[in-house]
Design a protein around this ligand. Structure first.
Ligand SMILES: C[S@@+](CC[C@H](N)C(=O)[O-])C[C@H]1O[C@@H](n2cnc3c(N)ncnc32)[C@H](O)[C@@H]1O
Ligand SMILES: [Zn+2]
Length: 245
């Protein structure tokens, strides 16, 4: 006989009525565990008397990192904590069958980690932990790691008096008229024009007037952080948004 499994009777009232009419067996089960929220209250801080506490001031509970690792790293994957402290992340990763790397500039970190691993995870390594204070030998022939990563050059605003937003606005209106620099549309009311950056701030564009433009609302939204002014004009041409007259 077909059964109807019900977790939440209030939400399934009509299905229950229908199943009853059809003479089906209705089975009520325990409510399912709710999905975890953004704020976690259910993992308590480490009690001062707990055996887990090592005396390291900012130590977090292993249970907390276990949850984070389970949610974000597959079994056998690698977890790296570059601020490992007393290695709570490494212990949690080891327990969950993940590979791990822990880094810390604290002088005593390696000793604390070795001691903790010995105490809490040695059985997993066949009873002994081998430690070394000799740095590992490079196997990359001294090549720069990830040479394609480039630090963004910080752009400095030119020295001298700064124009206020409204001064920049007036300056650009005077220079170009009430015209959107993205689509060349002229507005009888300059309030339709918005002050924007040519090179977006996110790409290091400065606030200075030399990097400011006036755009109509639709052009400003299209440009967003994606285009420079010339990119926006090209895109407008492609989409047929340029004002011809
Ligand atoms: C908040 S503690 C980490 C606690 C750890 N998550 C735990 O629960 O056991 C932060 C650690 O980052 C280390 N640290 C700070 N700046 C660092 C840096 N630039 N490089 C490496 N480690 C750093 C400190 O020595 C400290 O041990
Ligand atoms: Zn426009």
């Amino acid at each position: 006989m077909t059964k109807l499994l019900v977790y939440c009777p209030e939400k399934a009232a009509d299905k229950i009525a229908e199943a009853k009419n059809l003479g089906r067996v209705i089975k009520y089960t325990e409510a399912q565990t709710p999905t975890i929220g953004n704020v976690w209250f259910d993992i308590p801080i480490i009690n001062p008397a707990s055996a887990e506490r090592l005396g390291y001031p900012t130590q977090k509970p292993v249970a907390l990192y276990e949850r984070i690792i389970k949610a974000s790293c597959p079994e056998g994957g690698i977890v790296m904590d570059p601020f490992a402290g007393c290695a709570t992340t490494c212990v949690a990763a080891e327990r969950l069958g993940r590979q791990w790397v822990g880094i810390d500039l604290w002088n005593n970190a390696s000793a604390v980690v070795a001691e903790r691993m010995e105490r809490e995870c040695a059985d997993m390594f066949g009873g002994s932990i081998i430690t070394s204070s000799t740095p590992p030998i490079r196997t990359d022939d001294g090549e720069t790691a990830a040479p394609y990563l480039r630090a963004k050059v910080r752009v400095h605003e030119p020295k001298g008096d700064r124009m206020s937003r409204s001064e920049m606005y007036d300056h650009l209106i005077e220079q170009y008229g009430s015209v959107c620099q993205g689509c060349d549309r002229k507005f009888d009311d300059p309030r339709y024009l918005e002050l924007d950056h040519n090179t977006p701030r996110a790409d290091g564009g400065i606030n200075h007037i030399s990097n400011r433009i006036l755009l109509c609302g639709p052009c400003n939204r299209l440009k967003s952080n994606t285009y420079t002014l010339s990119g926006l004009r090209k895109e407008n041409k492609k989409r047929g948004y340029m004002c011809s007259g």
